[in-house]
Design a protein around this ligand. Structure first.
Ligand SMILES: *Cc1c(COP(=O)(O)O)cnc(C)c1O
Length: 449
């Protein structure tokens, strides 16, 4: 392949490419990063500069870039076939992966429906829940409960159950209405974490008491609201949400797209509270961060409601061109095998203990309001005033400033408004992890000065 200079590539970016979640003006004016290759936990740009992948390429990467076993799994599958459809027929890796996912996920989940992204997995879960109640003879159950400040992806249904004003307000006219309840945010609650949890549960109980008979399902990010700012539930919240859903015959839809596959220290975040979803979405780390495969898992109770003769009209009419893609499923299988071979969860447990220790000094920095961590999922909330918790004005883009400084120092990560995230690849060696935290601390000190 011909090699291109940075300037030539930048010109192509300017002329031809519209980047996602990106204000192109600021981006193009600020020396865009153009990645050429990756190796382990580092990415290298076309000018040969190395960067730690401090957000696992937006929360995906597990074992590092260019892992020989993952590369080999893709090559081997490629020699068989790259893709054939899953509409009305099957393929080998999709079947093996479905079996593996059912074994790994909570007991109640027994069937796997594939798609290509977390947002699609969410759409599918919502549509399943909606049709499920029609099939069960309860068509009045068609509203969803979702959380304020939630993020479930960027397609129209996923945005409807989302709650982040910055991303969502523009599209309000296109969205279907949902019943929104509060997600506990202890740092910004006037009272103890327990009181915060109780206030949220009371609010949910009230909504369910009034509207429960019209509610198809409740969708929630388990333990941590990711894109909403790494906001973490006080213990006991999720288990109580499950109880309330059961009491009101509301399907529990758990979005494990960010938290799943070990990010929070357990294989799935709902395991922290032994919660059994009716529908669960996974994506992101499913393929180790290599190819776009996501899945919606359901209970047999949900699946069985759709099962019948053609003329009964119970079919779930949903699918995508690349659903069950062989290359993606093959690398997902190899990824999950590596979790076992390389004892990734044990490494996450150890790495998170060290990480907690290394993050500790950051709490003393003048503009750090709160450091939140669960497993290897970290959010550092910056504030203008530590005492009053007053945030920096939005226009200051304080998080972006800090992340820009981190990039100069050799670490890539993205802010969520005024929250700086740190989501290293799960298998990051301890020495690299410590080096990354060092850069992050320096970036926060200098970027907020
Ligand atoms: C990233 C994310 C999604 C969307 O996944 P995409 O693959 O980007 O569509 C959905 N839910 C949560 C919790 C996420 O973090």
């Amino acid at each position: 392949m011909a090699t291109w200079s940075y300037d030539e590539l930048l010109e192509k970016n300017r002329r031809f490419l519209w980047n996602p979640f990106t204000q192109m003006k600021g981006y193009l004016e600020d020396e865009p990063l153009i990645i050429e290759r990756g190796e382990g936990v580092k990415l290298y740009d076309v000018r040969g500069r190395a960067y730690y992948d401090g957000n696992a390429s937006v929360w995906l990467n597990v074992h590092g870039h260019g892992h020989p076993k993952l590369n080999a799994a893709i090559r081997e599958q490629l020699d068989q076939v790259a893709h054939s459809t899953l509409l009305g027929m099957s393929n080998v890796p999709a079947l093996l992966l479905a079996e593996k996912l059912v074994q790994l996920t909570p007991e109640r989940l027994q069937k796997v429906f594939y798609s290509d992204s977390g947002a699609e997995a969410v759409e599918i879960g919502l549509k399943m829940a909606y049709q499920y109640w029609k099939l069960r003879g309860r068509p009045e159950k068609q509203v969803f409960i979702s959380m304020k400040n939630a993020y479930h992806g960027d397609t129209v249904g996923a945005v409807s159950v989302g709650g982040m004003d910055t991303f969502h307000t523009t599209f309000s006219g296109m969205l279907f209405p949902t019943l929104k309840v509060s997600y506990p945010y202890p740092y910004r609650f006037d009272g103890s974490p327990e009181a915060c949890r109780q206030a949220c549960l009371d609010e949910l109980a009230e909504v369910l008491a009034e509207h429960g008979d019209k509610v198809a399902g409740l969708i929630v990010e388990p333990m941590v609201q990711g894109a909403g700012g790494m906001i973490m539930m006080p213990p006991g919240t999720l288990a109580e949400i499950e109880k309330l859903c059961r009491a009101h015959e509301v399907l529990l839809l758990i979005d494990e797209v960010a938290t799943g596959f070990g990010r929070t220290g357990r294989l799935f975040a709902c395991e922290h509270e032994a919660v059994q979803p009716d529908i669960m979405m996974v994506g992101k780390k499913l393929t180790g961060g290599y190819l776009p495969v996501a899945a919606t898992l359901t209970s047999d109770e949900v699946y069985d409601a759709f099962y019948g003769e053609h003329h009964e009209g119970k079919t779930f009419y949903h699918g995508h061109s690349y659903t069950g893609n062989q290359l993606g499923c093959a690398v997902a299988l190899a990824n999950l095998a590596l979790y076992e071979e390389e004892r990734v969860l044990e490494h996450v447990a150890k790495a998170s203990r060290h990480l907690a220790e290394w993050l500790e000094p950051m709490k003393a920095l003048p503009h750090v309001g709160e450091v939140r961590q669960l497993g290897l999922m970290v959010g550092i909330e910056l504030v203008k005033d530590k005492v009053t918790k007053e945030p920096h004005p939005w226009e200051e883009a304080i998080g972006a400033r800090v992340c820009r400084r981190a990039r100069e120092l050799g670490l890539i990560t993205r802010p969520l408004d005024h929250v700086v995230t740190f989501m290293p690849p799960l298998a990051t060696p301890l020495a690299d992890l410590q080096a990354m935290v060092g850069i992050l601390e320096q970036a926060i000190r200098e970027g907020t000065a």
